[in-house]
Design a protein around this ligand. Structure first.
Ligand code: PMP
Length: 287
């Protein structure tokens, strides 16, 4: 496939970055994954806004404007369409602080950011029908990451270790909770529950990533009149919920049927999920 690196389009396997790049040495960078279906990107403006927020917080000078990123993303989608098996394409976009001559923790003053992007095939959106969707099984684990989880940092080892824990238990994800036994998010997705008929998701703070799918889902619920609240969800509430869902750019809204070996509700994707995914599907290309 064709990738983008520092102003150039080139075959992905020819892209080269110095081992002195701070992205490699320190995980000092920000990334985004933008999904597209049939050439249409989902939540592009929101993804770029979150990336800009992350770069500003890390004081990484962004060399490009949004328009230039939009151009890179649409070019990668277009140029890779024939190389990938379908036109469901994700674009990975990565901005690191750049390459230095020495390894020193402090932010260097005179280096320019490294910009890297590539396209890859993603699975098609799941059918919005609970009889046709299997649902996910997830592990449950104390959140042992850092206190800046709102930054979409390329330093993902904490997330990777939690994800791996779920995989080893034969599950597809790991839901995390803090020391107060409040749910934060999952290792690569946000968490929703249906509690007494109300859709709930933990409020945004430094303990979780402000997911774009979470944001678009909430906007679509508002538009379609589905009742929701952004409020603390305890582990006990999670385990007693009628429904549990995970959201992410690759999963959209996916129902969970088992948490830590406990059946969620009836053990099958629920009716509120079906209404939620239908609301989301109506809305997702319009923003
Ligand atoms: N939380 C974490 C830790 C993530 O890595 C992700 C992205 N994979 C999400 C939540 C979901 O974010 P988005 O909807 O923007 O993909």
């Amino acid at each position: 496939t064709i990738a983008f690196l520092n102003g150039q389009y080139l075959p992905l396997d020819e892209a080269r970055i110095s081992p002195m790049d701070r992205g490699f040495l320190f995980g000092d960078g920000i990334y985004e994954v933008i999904p597209s279906y049939g050439g249409k990107a989902v939540g592009l403006a929101a993804h770029l806004e979150r990336m800009n927020n992350g770069l500003a917080e890390l004081e990484i000078k962004n060399p490009y404007r949004d328009q230039e990123y939009q151009q890179i993303i649409s070019t990668l989608i277009l140029r890779n369409k024939s190389k990938l098996a379908s036109d469901n394409i994700g674009v990975y976009l990565h901005v690191s602080r750049g390459t230095d001559t020495k390894r020193f923790h402090a932010y260097p003053k005179h280096i320019t950011a490294t910009i890297f992007a590539f396209a890859f095939e993603i699975s098609p959106p799941p059918p919005a029908d609970r009889k046709l969707v299997k649902g996910l099984k997830v592990s449950l684990c104390e959140d042992l990451r850092w206190h800046r989880c709102h930054i979409k940092s390329t330093a993902l080892l904490g997330n990777v270790m939690h994800f791996e824990h779920g995989q080893r238990q034969g599950n597809q994800e790991t839901i995390l909770y803090n020391r107060e036994r409040q749910v934060t998010e999952a290792s690569s997705s946000n968490v929703f529950v249906v509690d007494n008929g109300v859709i709930r998701t933990p409020p945004l703070d430094n303990q979780l990533l402000p997911g774009i799918t979470r944001k678009l889902a909430l906007e679509s619920f508002k538009r379609e009149g589905l009742v929701f609240s952004e409020s603390v969800v305890t582990v006990r509430e999670l385990l007693n919920a009628q429904e549990v869902w995970l959201t992410s750019s690759s999963k959209e809204i996916s129902p969970v049927i088992e948490v830590d070996g406990h059946k969620v509700g009836s053990g099958r994707p629920g009716p509120v999920w079906e209404r939620a995914i239908q609301a989301y599907n109506k809305y997702k290309f319009s923003c």
